[in-house]
Design a protein around this ligand. Structure first.
Ligand SMILES: *Cc1c(COP(=O)(O)O)cnc(C)c1O
Length: 404
């Protein structure tokens, strides 16, 4: 059976050129980048080249790029690093309710250490309101951390406006750009971004490698202590194969950015248009226009997200859902709930995230099988009466056993 991968927000396949380069730095060119001899120098050269490639992707300079083990580490380093280094200036951090857990759980940890955190709400499209941000700022605020693009609904935040406000007030602005970096054009200077997290595996580099951009002059404490790697910001022998692969993936992403985003946008818009035309009782989640080029997220009422995923999987299609029943938790996604969605609607959500290798034929096939699966699941649902009439109630039988 043909298999179609529509889950690029979860991870992406490693680019073959990037993988070949990584392999070269595992086998033939295996030197420790800190060694003085030719083996070491060869690896150091690869790290330096990658630093330039990643910097170029963001409009930054190479000495502002620090390699990490990925998005989670970058987020931890940015938030804790700024919080610890600027404790004398203040103890207040502003973030949003729809951040990735790498941000939310780090902020919760800091709250236990005596920091104050404001979690900004979002509107029905998953967007932070600038007015709320302005009101939240106090003279104790040292950091604003708002994600560039949401990983579930794809909503792009008003990053430029946030950067402008942060700069005016002299507050550092960090953005978790793990979804956007390599998949959406970013210029840290144009957007007044002070710190930016990216992760390789979300744009065709290997897993376990990423980078944190730190604008020159921004005060950040290191979190991991040891040798003086990464100019004392991140101790530990450099993951040279991963770094080389990340650099190559960044170079390719920059080169193909315009072409790729245009293609994804056109596939995305076709899926949104046809689902809207063909399937009743649906809701588009996320912003209608300010969204990632490859993100489609719909709620299908009277359908359980996990049943939908399993049925798509049987047809060879890999997607994901905002209902977390499958992951052992009965709570629907914190993102969908923060957008004001009821548990009922959140449970029937489906996320399709497109990538550069998807084709129009993939989209044809998906649009052919989806309506049939939805009709079948609804026909089986006790909440969706014969003749297609909807009855009220919570469609997740498991969740009914729990009070919400
Ligand atoms: C995937 C993701 C992360 C975590 O990155 P890892 O490299 O997997 O640790 C953080 N934030 C967002 C928005 C993500 O999508």
């Amino acid at each position: 059976m043909k298999r179609i991968y529509f889950d690029h927000s979860a991870t992406t396949p490693v680019d073959r050129e990037a993988a070949a380069l990584a392999l070269e730095y595992m086998t033939d060119k295996f030197g420790n980048a800190s060694s003085i001899h030719s083996f070491g120098r060869e690896s150091r050269k690869a790290v330096d080249a990658a630093r330039e490639q990643v910097a170029a992707l963001l409009g930054a300079t190479p000495n502002e790029i620090f390699f990490t083990s990925g998005g989670t580490e970058g987020d931890n380093l940015a938030i804790k690093g700024v919080a610890f280094a600027n404790r004398k200036k203040g103890n207040h951090i502003i973030t949003s309710a729809i951040e990735h857990h790498a941000i939310l759980h780090t902020c919760e940890y800091l709250e236990k250490q005596g920091y104050e955190v404001t979690y900004l709400p979002v509107d029905e499209y998953g967007m932070v309101r600038i007015e709320d941000l302005k009101k939240a700022i106090t003279d104790k605020t040292i950091l604003i951390s708002i994600m560039f693009a949401n990983n579930e609904v794809g909503t792009l935040q008003p990053v430029k406006e946030i950067g402008r406000i942060a700069r005016e007030k002299g507050i550092y602005f960090h953005t978790d750009a793990v979804q956007a970096a390599g998949n959406y054009p970013i210029d840290v200077n144009e957007l007044n971004i002070d710190l930016l997290t990216l992760s390789g595996h979300k744009f065709h580099a290997p897993k376990g490698i990423g980078a944190l951009y730190i604008r020159r002059g921004v005060k950040v404490d290191e979190i991991q202590h040891g040798g003086g790697h990464e100019r004392n910001m991140r101790a530990g022998t450099e993951n040279v194969p991963g770094i080389a692969g990340l650099g190559k993936a960044a170079e390719i992403a920059k080169r193909d950015m315009e072409k790729k985003t245009a293609r994804l946008r056109s596939m995305r818009d076709r899926i949104i248009r046809e689902i809207t035309e063909k399937i009743p009782h649906i809701k588009l989640n996320g912003h209608p226009t300010e969204r990632m080029p490859g993100n489609v997220n719909f709620s299908f009422l009277y359908v359980e997200g996990e049943s939908l995923l399993l049925n798509l999987d049987l047809k060879g299609i890999a997607a994901s859902s905002g209902s977390a029943c499958t992951s052992g938790s009965l709570d629907p996604s914190h993102v969908l709930l923060a957008m004001g969605m009821t548990h009922e609607v959140a449970h029937g959500s489906l996320r399709v995230t497109l990538g550069r290798d998807n084709t129009d034929e993939d989209v044809d096939y998906f649009l052919e099988v989806l309506p049939e699966i939805i009709s079948r699941l609804r026909a089986m649902s006790p909440l969706f009466g014969a003749g297609g009439t909807a009855r009220a109630g919570n469609p997740c039988s498991e969740c009914q056993a729990h009070s919400h």
